[in-house]
Design a protein around this ligand. Structure first.
Ligand SMILES: *[C@@H]1O[C@H](CO)[C@@H](O)[C@H](O)[C@H]1NC(C)=O
Ligand SMILES: *[C@@H]1O[C@H](CO)[C@@H](O)[C@H](O)[C@H]1NC(C)=O
Ligand SMILES: *[C@@H]1O[C@H](CO)[C@@H](O)[C@H](O)[C@H]1NC(C)=O
Ligand SMILES: *[C@@H]1O[C@H](CO)[C@@H](O)[C@H](O)[C@H]1NC(C)=O
Length: 447
């Protein structure tokens, strides 16, 4: 008898509890008679509304399952300086409230009602990376179904922190994380789940985002690690949002003009070196490029060193180099035509070797191999050639010249020829450098 009592008591308790639960379930069934004639009776929901301050569960050791989904409707801003991504989400949360139920048969087949959210318990889902307080609109409603399923949607402007890498600007991709978690409830009280497949979320979002803004959604992935803070464990869902910049604006405004200017700079080597236009032309180009950089500066990211800045710096240095080259050639030509210095023997032989394809005699070279525009008569600033022709060099000069006995005019022509050769070589070097640096930048952008 003494051993039987506890067992008997337990049985009775169980019976009582189950009866109580049965009774409760009935108590919370909403009496909806008359909804079809007088609209919803607020009194019928009073018991539910009064409970909104507590988590709606019958057994407190059962966690509430909140299912999450969202649609990324816009990528508003990506701020590389502050490392912030501002996006717009339509968040959808669903959970169950076991205290809400009614029989649609009795209620004119109403199986879904809207209830203002002030009257309902809401899960405190927030985004961990968010750097802004949630400015949710007031007066939103939620759908409540006859079996206690609650569907709550709200728009959210999220400013979240994100590691942004702008090295590949404007061909950059960013991978930002949005972590949804409860602010207060640990895993014992709240579990998070997916309301729909992440692929579905990505597809809907991609369709909407692609119609606006300068960012394109590449995809969304998810991971569900638990987050432990101290001794408490929080459930969370991490979404990795991968976005890519639409580069067209930057290609048209930055890369195309810059490429045109550098192409013109390269082509300006074809202006004859003797013409006095080459240097001013290059200076104008350099000036134009600086103005272009100044104006387009606001399109560039304000922090970090993107590859495009390196590219611009490279273009600018190429222009400066080409200007220096022009100055050097102009100086050489000027020296050649006014007071040609004596030519070292090795340079003379090198010149002869390089300029004569048939390795012919020096006289043939001097008279025949000089192209149009290269003859001394065409050179500006050259003194009357008649004065120079036939004027033999002094004995000492002739000695240094290897005893070749060149006249001053011949020497001038040799120097002019040398200048053109240097010009051509430097131009080729310039082209090689330009081609290799541009292709390096392009290869880097493509990786
Ligand atoms: C439902 O409410 C109506 C009046 O609003 C009342 O007449 C009816 O008895 C109630 N039904 C139940 C099952 O409580
Ligand atoms: C509450 O749930 C826990 C775990 O599911 C269970 O062990 C316990 O018996 C439940 N309590 C009641 C009163 O149903
Ligand atoms: C949440 O999702 C899980 C699995 O997808 C499903 O079993 C559960 O019923 C859903 N709960 C709610 C409240 O929607
Ligand atoms: C984004 O980063 C996470 C981890 O950092 C990675 O798992 C995910 O695959 C990345 N997504 C893309 C599209 O690169």
């Amino acid at each position: 008898m003494e051993e039987g009592w506890p067992a008997m008591g337990g049985l009775l308790l169980c019976l009582a509890v189950s009866l109580l639960l049965q009774g409760r379930a009935n108590t919370f069934t909403i009496n909806c008679s008359g909804f079809d004639q007088h609209g919803v009776d607020p009194a019928a929901f009073q018991t539910v509304f009064k409970q909104k301050n507590f988590r709606p569960v019958i057994n407190y050791s059962i966690p509430t399952q909140v299912n999450i989904s969202f649609t990324l409707s816009a990528v508003l801003e990506v701020n590389a300086q502050l490392q912030l991504l501002t996006s717009f989400l339509w968040l959808k949360l669903t959970w169950n409230n076991p205290f809400i139920s009614w029989d649609p048969e009795e209620c004119d087949h109403i199986n879904k009602l809207t209830v203002t959210t002030e009257n309902l318990w809401l899960p405190d889902i927030f985004i961990v990376e968010s750097m802004d307080v949630d400015q949710t609109l007031e007066g939103l409603s939620a759908y409540v179904t006859n079996d206690g399923h609650i569907i709550y949607s709200k728009p959210m402007r999220v400013t979240s922190i994100c590691r942004l890498d702008i090295f590949y600007f404007p061909f950059d991709q960013q991978n930002c994380t949005l972590t949804f978690s409860s602010f207060l409830y640990t895993v014992e009280n709240m579990l998070l789940g997916m309301e729909k497949e992440v692929r579905e979320i990505a597809d809907t979002s991609r369709d909407i985002v692609s119609t606006q803004g300068q960012w394109e959604l590449l995809g969304i992935n998810k991971a569900t690690p638990k987050m432990s803070v101290g001794s408490s464990l929080f459930d969370q869902i991490m979404f990795y949002v991968a976005i890519r910049r639409k580069p067209r604006l930057y290609i048209i405004n930055l890369l195309v003009p810059s490429s045109f200017l550098i192409a013109i700079d390269a082509l300006s080597f074809y202006l004859p070196a003797e013409s006095e236009n080459r240097a001013p032309f290059k200076i104008t180009l350099l000036l134009g490029y600086n103005v272009f950089l100044l104006m387009m500066n606001k399109l560039l990211p304000t922090s970090g060193t993107p590859l495009i800045s390196v590219y611009f710096a490279l273009c600018l240095s190429l222009m400066v180099l080409s200007l220096l080259e022009t100055i050097f050639i102009t100086y050489l030509l000027h020296q050649a035509t006014t007071q040609p210095p004596l030519m070292p023997g090795w340079l003379h032989s090198l010149l002869l070797y390089c300029t004569s394809p048939k390795k012919c005699c020096p006289t043939a070279l001097c008279k025949g191999n000089v192209g149009p525009g290269l003859t001394s008569t065409h050179l500006p600033g050259l003194t009357e050639p008649g004065e120079l022709v036939g004027k033999k060099l002094g004995p000492r000069e002739a000695e240094i010249n290897g005893g070749s006995g060149l006249t001053r005019a011949q020497l001038t022509e040799l120097w002019v020829q040398f200048s053109h050769m240097v010009d051509t070589i430097l131009f080729r070097l310039y082209l090689i450098f330009l081609a290799s640096s541009v292709s390096t930048v392009i290869v880097l952008w493509n990786t």
